[in-house]
Design a protein around this ligand. Structure first.
Ligand code: HEC
Length: 101
């Protein structure tokens, strides 16, 4: 049982903390990109329609989102193919669907 748990934890880390090759189709909106790339992990906050993040004031800006998408983290994959206008559009969409912590 312990071994199984460890294996599951390791696999999750390996799968998440890397890079996704998701590439937006031409003309994709911020919403399209969000649904294609982010929604599997970032669903709406319970009890709130279409609100995905609860953020501190210093994180409530598009730069924070763009940075997170481009750099990822230990647990979140980075998205090297979301760039330029697509990166702006999905960052704005995510910000528009965030509330204050
Ligand atoms: C495989 C799952 C996964 C996907 C896909 C994913 N994320 Fe994440 N994301 C995470 C995890 C896990 C965290 C929490 C750890 C961290 O902050 O790095 C996180 C954290 C974040 C945070 C920080 C929230 C906070 O409260 O500080 C933002 C912003 C974010 N993700 C945006 C996005 C956006 C936008 C996308 C789509 C382009 C995306 N994520 C796709 C797993 C994912």
């Amino acid at each position: 049982m312990k071994k199984l748990l460890l294996l599951t934890a390791t696999t999750t880390l390996l799968l998440a903390g890397c890079s996704r090759d998701y590439t937006p189709v031409a003309g994709a909106s911020g919403e399209d990109i969000y649904k294609g790339a982010c929604m599997e992990c970032h669903e709406a906050i319970e009890g709130k329609d279409n609100i995905f993040y609860e953020l501190d004031a210093q994180k409530k800006n598009t730069d924070f989102f763009a940075d997170k998408i481009s750099s990822g983290s230990l647990l979140m994959p980075k998205f090297p193919n979301i760039t330029g206008d697509n990166l702006k559009a999905v960052s704005q969409y995510a910000l528009d669907h965030s509330i204050d912590k």
